[in-house]
Design a protein around this ligand. Structure first.
Ligand SMILES: NC(=O)c1ccc[n+]([C@@H]2O[C@H](COP(=O)([O-])OP(=O)(O)OC[C@H]3O[C@@H](n4cnc5c(N)ncnc54)[C@H](OP(=O)(O)O)[C@@H]3O)[C@@H](O)[C@H]2O)c1
Length: 323
């Protein structure tokens, strides 16, 4: 099939595009051309790379005609954040494209009331990003249920992989957390440390997309989670990470007010946004309907990511990894 991937050189696309090429598809990756894929892969030699700025072209009505002109059978949209942008794409490719696979987010759900959260069964979203992602998911479902374009929504958790800094045990990207765990120092953790984060390796996210594309009959009109089969609490993540350095985690629970004094406002805000949701997300439907089999536990994905940070000189730690 001819597949256009919008935002194909990012975290997900770096794994998805080579997967689709290996599966024999004719793949086009659309991006501004300012970033390179996170992992080098020979399959990129067979990819048609199209340079376009969606925001700029969307503003003047040129983006969707461009996508249509590429004559895709499947469009994978990794770069859609508003219902207006989603609506333009859906209206513009209806009748031309067989399947639109949209990337959502588990932040379409608000704080957990019961776990694991099944597809569509979370609390209402908090904040603009989640509200828009939920509205897009509803738009896609209604489009397909109404007999229009066949769509699928895939909702990843916190994406991890080599090439970027992952969300760590404090619910943010603060490198000091890894450094303190590596040194065996006390780490001040906001709240009790019992709140969960639901990570996923980027290649496992790509696996869900690939399986949804492969089985349009099963995935059409549906949404699927893309997360690891288990989720780590903040404290659990810290305990795993300390052991990578041959240490035991020494955690001190501090109140949120104190935590905010101990860090910067952006880091405190990131922690609050991740931890207050306390997400544990179900993969049952992705496994049952699509045959999803994640290759990574969250701790294995995070270890790979932290190893990359250390090896590439992005993170200085006082003690080396022992595994
Ligand atoms: N990151 C997470 O933890 C996470 C979690 C849940 C859901 N998501 C969802 O995942 C999707 C993002 O996927 P990702 O994390 O793989 O993306 P990413 O790593 O941020 O990469 C973004 C991709 O889009 C391209 N791009 C950015 N702005 C563009 C523009 N204006 N016009 C054209 N191309 C543009 C980038 O290439 P250029 O820079 O070269 O243009 C790159 O290929 C979003 O829908 C997000 O809501 C992410």
């Amino acid at each position: 099939m001819r597949i256009v991937v919008i935002g194909g050189s990012g975290r997900i696309g770096s794994y998805l595009v080579p997967r689709l090429v290996r599966a024999g598809h004719d793949v086009v990756s659309v991006s501004r051309g300012t970033s390179s894929p996170f992992v080098a892969a020979i399959e990129w030699d067979d990819v048609e790379v199209v340079t376009a700025d969606r925001e700029r072209e969307d503003a003047v009505g040129e983006f969707v005609p461009r996508i249509r002109s590429l004559e895709p059978e499947v469009v994978v949209d990794l770069l859609c954040f508003t219902p207006e942008s989603a609506r333009r794409l859906v209206d513009g490719v209806r009748g031309e494209v067989e399947h639109l696979v949209h990337c959502g987010s588990i932040w379409r759900y608000g704080p957990s009331l019961s776990s694991p959260i099944r597809e569509g069964a979370g609390t209402p979203p908090l904040g603009d990003y989640g509200v828009q992602k939920q509205a897009i998911a509803e738009l896609m479902r209604a489009e397909t249920a109404g007999g229009g374009l066949v769509t699928t929504v895939i909702d990843p958790g916190q994406i991890v992989g080599p090439g970027w800094t992952p969300i760590g045990p404090l619910g943010n990207r603060d490198p000091h957390a890894w450094q303190k765990l590596s040194a065996g120092e006390v780490l001040d953790i906001p709240g009790s440390g019992a709140e969960h984060l639901h990570h996923v390796h980027a290649d496992d996210v790509a696996q869900v997309f690939q399986r949804a594309i492969d089985d349009r009959d099963a995935s059409g009109g549906e949404d699927f989670h893309a997360v690891s089969t288990t989720a780590l609490s903040a404290a659990g993540l810290a305990h795993h990470a300390a052991r990578w350095f041959g240490r035991e985690a020494r955690l001190r629970s501090v109140g949120w007010d104190r935590f905010r004094e101990l860090t910067t406002a952006p880091l405190a805000s990131s922690s609050w946004e991740h931890l207050r949701r306390n997400h544990v997300i179900s993969t049952e439907k992705s496994e049952r309907v699509l045959g999803y089999q994640p290759r990574y536990s969250p701790e294995a994905a995070l270890l790979e990511s932290v190893r990359w940070l250390i090896d590439s000189g992005e993170l200085d730690v006082p003690s080396p990894l022992i595994m």
